[in-house]
Each structure stands twice: as structure tokens, then as C-alpha cells.
Ligand binder design. Sequence first.
Ligand code: INI
Length: 154
Amino acid sequence: MKEIKGNLNAKGVKLVLVVSRFNEFITKQLLEGSQDMYQRLGGDPADLTVVWVPGALEIPLVAKKYAEQSDVDAVVALGCVIRGATYHFDVVAGQSASGLMKASLDTGKPIVNGILTTDTIEQATERAGTKAGNKGADAVMAAVETLGAIAKGS
Ligand code: INI
């Protein structure tokens, strides 16, 4: 039996974080958690790029453009969509998620969805570095592990 597991080593991993300014008080916390996790996994800050965009709907295109570059290994999307704050929550949450999935499959590179979709500001706060952890940090771990899994299968 052959079993493949990606490891959690970010050394040499060229990572792009695409962050939305919408709900910046939350996305800044996701960004901080992502940067911290990347370095804790052995990543070099010189290999990390942060790109700001207006909102979650702009993330998939920008993520795809960076993922297409040969010097980029993986992209992490960081955003926050709160149901209470928008009547078109389902559109923003759904389109950003499906756009990211399509971009990842089209480019063949990990583009990990770290966009929070919550009912309330409290739930978003809980997932941005308080009692439910930091989903930005989780997304970086997922990107690094996925890269490792792909590398061993290629
Ligand atoms: N963008 C977000 O990232 N989060 C939201 O909660 C949100 N709301 O509430 O509408 C949001 N809208 C902006 C959208 O992502 C685009 O930036 C905008 O529609 C311009 O294309």
C-alpha cells in the first residue's frame, strides 16, 4: 500500500495572500494569523506576497492571475462575508467560493478558500483569532499540506 501525506513544511514555498479590504477589521486578523502560521511552518517572509483587493468578489480573478505565474506555488484567499451586513450574502459568498475553486482547478495550483462566511460579526470575530481559532492560519496550513500532497503525486 502506498499512502501519501503532504507535510507541513513551508520552507521554499512561494505563497500569495489575496486579502479583501471589505470588513477589514476582520480580514486584518486573518492576515496576521496567516503570516504567523507561514513563518511557524518555516516559510521565509521574502517568499510571501500580500495583495489587497476591494471585496470577496474581486478575489478569484486576482488569485487566478497570481497562481498563473511560474514563481508562485500557492494562493490563499482571505475575506469576510457577513450575512447580517448584506442582503446579497448568498451571491457574494457563493460566487467567491466557486470562483476560487474554478481558478484552482484551472491553474492546477492550490488556491485555498480562507473567506469567512458567517451570520454575525460575533461569529466572524470568533474565527479570526479568538475562540474558534484563526481561519487564515488554517488556510495557510491547508495550502502547504496540499502542495506537499501534489508534489509527491507528480
Ligand atoms: N464583500 C465582502 O468581501 N464581504 C461582504 O460582506 C460584502 N457585502 O456585504 O456585500 C462584500 N461586498 C463587496 C463585493 O465583494 C465587491 O467588492 C463589490 O460588489 C464590487 O464588485
